[in-house]
Write a protein that binds this ligand. Structure first.
Ligand code: OGA
Ligand code: NI
Length: 213
């Protein structure tokens, strides 16, 4: 899906660096999916990779730039949301700003040099039938420092139907989410915009909402 005509030409090593980074992250993503398949006790460690289209999966990068802001309390950097894709692998600089929501409270994600942050995103919550919950997060701005982050969104292709893994469903564990193609999910996501965990809530089966909202 790369359209090289839109890439910056002034930064001589940008294309090469991005190319290498995406190849390495593709491998890391596949490895994480194997580990998570094992955690879910799925029959094959390729199970989750297969569910997101295997080699056809997509990696999309968003490079966020947050300028300094003298009144950070009055400004939203990036509104609360969970990511719509499967897993997000994020690299950020040494200015804090990423926060996750845990038990209602916002918690700073530490800036550890050289470390990547991995977010569980909505399609993983659906595939795992709610065993892994997508993480709600937001970006806040800093009083006198700018901040940059590089978020890589690992996603199924748009035509892939994502629903809870059949192996995880039995009488005690009914499917908690409606299946939808990733394209349908994404279209709704961009239509409504960032909305906390609203999108994954909308994907829940109506009869599961009573016990599992
Ligand atoms: C995102 C995101 C967080 C950050 O781009 O979806 O959540 O730290 N970014 O910039
Ligand atoms: Ni995000």
């Amino acid at each position: 899906m790369r359209d090289m005509s839109k890439w910056p030409i002034q930064l001589s090593d940008f294309t090469e660096s991005m190319d290498e980074y995406s190849r390495e992250l593709s491998k890391l993503f596949e490895l994480l999916m194997e580990v998570l398949s094992r955690d879910l006790d799925l029959e094959s460690e390729n199970s989750l990779n297969e569910s997101v289209g295997g080699e056809r999966k997509g990696l999309h990068i968003r490079i966020n730039y947050y300028p300094p802001c003298p009144q950070p309390d009055l400004v939203v950097g990036l509104a609360p949301h969970s990511d719509p894709n499967v897993l997000t692998i994020l690299l950020h600089d040494q200015t804090p700003g990423l926060q996750i929501r845990k038990n209602g409270a916002w918690i700073d994600v530490q800036c550890v040099p050289g470390a990547l942050v991995v977010n569980i995103a909505d399609q993983m919550e659906i595939l795992s039938n709610g065993k892994f919950k997508s993480i709600e997060h937001r970006g806040v701005v800093h009083k006198d420092r700018s901040r940059m982050s590089w978020a890589v969104f690992c996603s199924p292709p748009r035509d892939v139907l994502v629903s809870p893994k059949r192996e995880l469903i039995d009488e005690q564990h009914p499917p908690l989410y409606q299946g939808a193609s990733y394209g349908e999910y994404l279209t709704k996501f961009f239509k409504k915009g960032l909305d906390g965990k609203g999108h994954i809530h909308d994907a829940k089966q109506q009869d599961s909402l009573v016990s599992n909202s």
